[in-house]
Design a protein around this ligand. Structure first.
Ligand SMILES: Cc1cc2nc3c(=O)[nH]c(=O)nc-3n(C[C@H](O)[C@H](O)[C@H](O)COP(=O)(O)O)c2cc1C
Ligand code: SF4
Length: 378
């Protein structure tokens, strides 16, 4: 049966076989020096077999001074290319026409493993208890090069695309946000200046690997912090991404500092991992970035991936039919049921979903590696 979510659609030059995207999910299944392990390969095999159209890997660091968590996947050196190829090979072999993008990441002031990491400005981070150091112009130039070089490695390792992580309060999100970017040089102040590092990464990357390799971006629609990024500016940022030549935008929100806020301030309970809201137990609480994405959709000419609490198939159909998003991003539902896309696409099994949005998987990630705490191990 043809359903809207089963219809292929292109992002840039690549065709995605259906509208389901596995949103980036940190796994902590790499070796301590960032290499792909057999466990990680097996993890991606299961995901690819589950029917999702596009997989975006978890956070992958582009430079050792941007490492965020132990056992994080790395792409900061050429010697890792053969190891990364194991991931692209397994996805292309076991997921029929499944595509894979790698999420390029620098943790900035939100690092669990570095004491004095680089950030746009020296603004204390209370969740990670980190005092970052303000980056020099040389640091910024090195970071731009690190992203562009990582993009080249991604292409050489067989990835179909890359995604710049510019959301959730990590380095690129910190540059965009007036809350964390207090610089007075050409990389701070006006929105144009706060956007500059990403623009330079984009141009450097295109110079090195050409225009045809799709570059996606994940961005915040709102930081949910007083003095942070709000929708009026995120709309302008999205428009800039679209005009510059990015292939797709994924809309998310929050910095980790948000967990110190209250429900009264926010209207919803922040959890430990605020971009992944808990207790999505009614349709009203689902798709919590939809109102923001609708506004962003009006100004962009590239596909929009909507993520955040999307759970019900009828809601997915409605979002796609009303053209409020082009793709549906799923993180926790695929930790719980990696074959959920197949269940939905083939109409077999339950037409519902099992994830209860409790964030037990985040606790597992922080204490070891990602897994669904609700799922019984056979
Ligand atoms: C355990 C866990 C790990 C995550 N890791 C990443 C990540 O590496 N990169 C990223 O952009 N978002 C990450 N996220 C956020 C998800 O991609 C997604 O934006 C969020 O969970 C909301 O979507 P969902 O309701 O479908 O889970 C993570 C979320 C969880 C729960
Ligand atoms: S622990 Fe399992 S049920 Fe709970 S949010 Fe994570 S994937 Fe969903």
């Amino acid at each position: 049966m043809i359903n809207i979510y089963s219809i292929p659609k292109k992002i840039g030059k690549i065709e995605i076989k259906n509208r389901f995207v596995r949103s980036a999910t940190g796994e902590r299944l790499a070796s301590e020096d960032g290499r792909v392990t057999d466990e990680l390969v097996q993890f991606y095999k299961v995901l690819a077999e589950g029917g999702v159209g596009l997989i975006i890997t978890g956070v992958t660091y582009v430079h050792a001074n941007g490492k965020g968590i132990p056992n994080q996947l790395a792409i900061d050196r050429d010697e890792l290319i053969p190891s990364l190829r194991k991931l692209t090979d397994v996805v292309h072999q076991y997921g029929e026409k499944c595509k894979i993008a790698i999420q390029l990441h620098h943790s900035g002031r939100q690092s669990m493993v570095l004491e004095n990491p680089p950030a746009p400005s020296a603004v204390f981070e209370p969740t990670f208890n980190v005092m970052p150091r303000e980056m020099t112009i040389k640091d910024i130039e090195n970071t731009i090069e690190a992203f562009a070089e990582s993009a080249r490695r991604a292409k050489e390792a067989g990835f179909d695309a890359i995604q710049l992580h510019a959301a959730h309060g990590y380095l690129l999100s910190e540059f965009l946000s007036p809350y964390t970017n207090k610089r007075t040089d050409e990389y701070g102040g006006s929105l144009e200046n706060r956007f500059r590092i990403i623009e330079e990464i984009y141009k450097e990357t295109v110079n090195s690997i050409g225009k045809n390799f799709p570059i996606f971006v994940k961005m915040n629609v709102d930081d949910f912090l007083e003095g942070g990024l709000k929708l009026d500016e995120s709309i302008r940022i999205a428009e800039k991404f679209s005009k510059l030549g990015f292939a797709a935008i994924e809309t998310s929100s929050c910095m980790w500092e948000v967990i110190s806020r209250t429900k009264k301030e926010l209207g919803w309970h922040p959890s430990f991992n605020p971009e992944a809201r808990t207790d999505i137990d009614s349709k009203e609480k689902e798709a919590y970035h939809l109102p923001y994405a609708k506004e962003i959709k009006k100004v962009i000419k590239i596909p929009l991936i909507l993520v955040g609490g999307i759970r019900s198939l009828d809601l997915i159909e409605k979002i796609l039919n009303e053209k409020n998003a082009d793709f549906i991003g799923l993180c926790r539902p695929l930790i719980r049921e990696p074959d959920l896309p197949n269940k939905w696409l083939k109409g077999t099994g339950k037409i519902t979903y099992e994830c209860i949005s409790c964030n037990g998987c985040t606790a597992s990630l922080l204490s070891g590696s990602v897994r669904c705490s609700q799922k019984k191990i056979d």
